[in-house]
Design a protein around this ligand. Sequence first.
Ligand SMILES: Nc1nc2c(c(=O)[nH]1)N[C@@H](CN(C=O)c1ccc(C(=O)N[C@@H](CCC(=O)O)C(=O)O)cc1)CN2
Length: 287
Amino acid sequence: MATIIDGKVISAQLLEQVAADVIEFKAKHGITPGLAVVLVGDDPASQVYVRNKVQRAEQVGIRSIKHRLDANVSQETLNDLVAELNADPEIHGILVQLPLPKHLDEDEIVDAIAPSKDVDGFHSLNVAALATGKPGLVPCTPQGSMTMLRQTLDDLTGLHAVVIGRSNIVGKPMAALLLQANCTVTMVHSRTRDIASVCRQADILVAAVGSQKLVNADWVKPGATVIDVGINVEMLDGVRKLCGDVDFESVSKVAGAITPVPGGVGPMTIANLLANTLQAAQAQMSA
Ligand SMILES: Nc1nc2c(c(=O)[nH]1)N[C@@H](CN(C=O)c1ccc(C(=O)N[C@@H](CCC(=O)O)C(=O)O)cc1)CN2
């Protein structure tokens, strides 16, 4: 059986570190880091994530302010709110929970956030910084996945990492981080020919495609480290259950180490969001 990479344990360690660093920050600057969380509409999953972000922020001593907007809100009103938050000196981090309702332009909203306050790391300038190895704010889920890999593997140098999925939020930044860690990186996606045979070559396999239990044991090299970023809902005997992009039951018999869903990458996302908020506050104080 594979070693289980426990996201609850690793994220708790990170949150403890952030809480200690927040105390130091407050003592040094006499202010509290502030995070603005913008939620548009009533998507139930987004409501859960936002609630968890606000709760965790409070636990580590970060002041969080939630802005809830109607699903029909106009692009202009949303842009105006972001502009207001950009100008607020008490707000060091801003995030707009995704996905947004279809009538809104996600790229425009993300790029309206000041890059220095973009704690999701989705702004074009932060994306460019990551791609070119310059300092910036790094997306939370890939950052959390890298922490898990570093705690599991002694050295990532020269390992073949295969990333399934090419989203801007996970797949592309994950590939950039793996490249920075000196992995040999392959990205596969819906148009790749024979995905399974490419995945079977991976020492590190990252599944971030949003397709329930897509990866089965036949896709995995014995001993590989598997990071499952997917969060899908399945109904089992009428009961709603979360599962990943990886078929945990079969893959955990072949892999060397694996993240579960839930309790894997998900908790790391929120811990890294708060680490990014503190990083943003520190950078703004020294600017
Ligand atoms: N603005 C953003 N929007 C979205 C992001 C993001 O990073 N920034 N990522 C996802 C959703 N997400 C955070 O927002 C997120 C998803 C899952 C978890 C998590 O802890 N999952 C738990 C299970 C939770 C449950 O019971 O439903 C787990 O995997 O153990 C945290 C954050 C899309 N949108």
